[in-house]
Structure formats: structure tokens, C-alpha cells
Design a protein. Structure first.
Length: 314
């Protein structure tokens, strides 16, 4: 996974004086599922639309398999497919007609186009809606039509902007599987989301974007390790955790006693838990139960974007 699929190089995008994307640089490798995670207005969609050549950078560049969105837009457009955050019907009234048009634009012949459109529509449960007007479709169904475009296209680079917002939970899981299949078939995938569960379930690496800047980048595990004292060890003892016990435990991290329960906030929780068990045994303290909890992606997000991780330990 070393070939560079997308290189975002000092990308700046301004709308008037407002800086929506503020000097972002990052690399996405061929074949990975990469997530852009950030709160509303952080610049995710603007970044994606720049990769897809809908917007031109104010400065900087994006290279897609070596081709610049600034100087080689046509080549980039051939490689990129995007499911927009806000589904676009492009003046076409009905889902089937839109998808058939799209299939032809991305290179299918008449017969092939009808076949792939039918297959994908049936697969996503859209076939029964094929001849409805867009205004008659629910928000989630419109979103599925938008995703169907990319599944039909099977582009080298597939971009999904909040793919499952508005989609019900069963369909969500199905769409995630479909996006993973697309990766297995060779597409590089970029997903923008502010749904932590989606990010955790889908993305191999994530960039956390905040106010137009990249705040952190890495695998989920790396991002979780980024949070100081992010792991919580929860201990239940056979007896009340007195000061002596709390003193022993405070050698390992920040400690909070709650009767015969103790919470200890540490780094590398799985390793520290073993040391804690040893130390308590040596002091004759009986442990009933021990549990290690890593930070959630929410915790990481709060930490990295400057909100408090856990009020009780500050
Ligand atoms: N065409 C535009 N004209 C002016 N401002 C814009 C335009 N598009 C986006 N912005 C502004 O740029 C900022 C980033 O918007 P963007 O849509 O990229 O955020 P986002 O991270 O995708 O947010 P969300 O999670 O709500 O989709 C916002 O403050 C937005 O109001
Ligand atoms: Mg957006």
C-alpha cells in the first residue's frame, strides 16, 4: 500500500475572505479506505469537492495518481467518482434515468449500462423506486441513488461524502459492505463523516479536520494512543479502596476511588493492568474484577479539537 493515490499539497480554499480549507497537506495511499472526520463546517466537503475538481484550489494542489487537479482536470475526472453529501439530480426527474445517464457518461455501452444500473438498483433496494420522481423519494433513498452512481462507476478513486447520513441502520450496514466490496475490487476510498461509529468501522486511516486544518492523522489505534491518560482501568476490589490502596495505584496514573471500585486513567492500559494486578497482589489486596477501556473515538475527537476529555480527571 505504498503507491500514492492522492496527494493534497498545501491546499487552501477560500470563499471570499473566508478560509474554508487552511493549508491542508496529506497523502492517501492506493487501496486504502481513508476517512475525513470533522465537525460541521470543518472543510470536509470543500476538500472533497476540490479533489473531484468541482472547486479549484485558491492555492496549493491535489494530485490524483500524479495528475494535478489544477492542470490535468480532465485526467483526474476520469479517475474520480463522488457521491455528494447533497444528492444532485442534475435536472433529471427519475432515479433510473439519472443512473442510466451516469452509466453512459462513465463509459458503459447501452446494453451494459442497462444491466449494471438494474443490478445496482436491485442490490440497493432501489428498483421499486426507479420511476418515481426525485421529490417523491425519502432522504435516505435519495442518498442511496447518489451512492449507486459510484457503485456503478467503480472509479479508481471513490469519494463518499457522509454516505449514510439519513440512512436507516440496516441499510447503513449494507452500504458499508458495498463500499468495502468496492475497495476489494481495487478502488481507493475516501469517506467524509462526523459519525464516529462509521469512521471506526470503515476507515483504515483517519484525518481529523477542524476549522480547515488537519489536527491529527493516523490509524484508529494511533489516534487513540494520542490521548494522554486516555485508557481507563476499572478495578473492583473485595474491600473498600482505602488511602493505602489509592497510593499504590496512583503510581500508575490518575486515580479516582469510588468505594470498593477504583478508576485509574493511564497510557497503554493493557500493559499497565498487569503491573497493577502484580502490585496489588504483593500488598495483599484482593481484586474481584478488572476491566480496561480504551478511549472512544469521541474522546479522541474531543481531545484533539480542544474540548475536555473527561471532566472528572481535569
Ligand atoms: N460555496 C461556498 N460559499 C461560501 N462558503 C462556503 C461554501 N462552501 C462551503 N463554505 C463554508 O466553508 C466552510 C466549510 O464547509 P464544508 O461544507 O466544507 O464543511 P463540512 O466539514 O463538509 O461540514 P458538514 O459536516 O456540515 O458537511 C463552512 O463554514 C461553509 O459555510
Ligand atoms: Mg460536508
Amino acid at each position: 500500500m505504498t503507491e500514492k493515490a492522492i496527494e493534497i499539497i498545501n491546499l487552501v480554499k477560500k470563499f471570499g475572505n473566508f478560509v474554508a480549507v487552511d493549508n491542508i497537506s496529506l497523502t492517501i495511499y492506493s487501496g486504502e479506505i481513508f476517512g475525513l472526520l470533522g465537525p460541521n463546517g470543518s472543510g470536509k466537503t470543500t476538500t472533497l469537492l476540490t479533489i473531484a475538481t468541482v472547486y479549484k484550489p485558491t492555492s496549493g494542489d491535489v494530485r490524483v495518481y500524479g495528475y494535478s487537479v489544477v492542470s490535468d482536470g480532465d485526467k483526474v475526472r476520469k479517475m474520480v467518482g463522488i457521491a455528494f453529501q447533497e444528492p444532485k439530480a442534475l435536472g433529471i426527474d427519475k432515479p433510473y434515468d439519472l443512473l442510466l445517464w451516469h452509466a453512459k457518461v462513465v463509459g458503459y455501452s447501452g446494453e451494459e449500462a442497462r444491466k449494471v444500473v438494474k443490478d445496482v438498483m436491485e442490490d440497493l433496494g432501489l428498483w421499486e423506486h426507479r420511476n418515481k420522481y426525485f421529490y417523491q423519494l425519502s432522504g435516505g433513498t435519495r442518498k442511496k441513488v447518489e451512492i449507486a452512481k459510484v457503485l456503478i462507476q467503480k472509479p479508481k478513486v471513490a469519494i463518499f461524502d457522509e454516505p449514510t447520513a439519513q440512512v436507516d441502520v440496516v441499510s447503513k450496514h449494507y452500504l458499508w459492505d458495498k463500499i468495502k466490496e468496492l475497495k476489494e475490487e481495487g478502488s481507493t476510498i475516501i469517506i467524509a463523516t462526523n459519525d464516529m461509529f462509521e469512521a471506526e468501522r470503515m476507515c483504515e486511516r483517519i484525518a481529523i479536520i477542524y476549522k480547515g486544518k488537519v489536527k491529527a492523522i493516523g490509524t484508529i489505534k494511533e489516534l487513540k494512543d494520542f490521548v494522554p491518560l486516555g485508557d481507563t482501568i476499572e478495578l473492583e476490589l473485595a474491600s473498600y479502596a482505602d488511602q493505602h490502596v489509592l497510593d499504590i495505584l496512583s503510581r500508575f496514573g490518575k486515580v479516582r476511588g469510588l468505594g470498593n471500585k477504583v478508576l485509574i486513567y493511564v497510557n497503554r492500559g493493557e500493559e499497565v493492568a498487569i503491573d497493577i494486578i502484580d502490585a496489588l497482589r504483593r500488598s495483599g489486596v484482593k481484586i474481584v474484577r478488572i476491566m480496561v477501556k480504551e478511549p472512544s473515538l469521541d474522546d479522541v475527537f474531543f481531545y484533539i479539537t480542544g474540548a475536555k476529555l473527561k471532566e472528572e480527571i481535569s
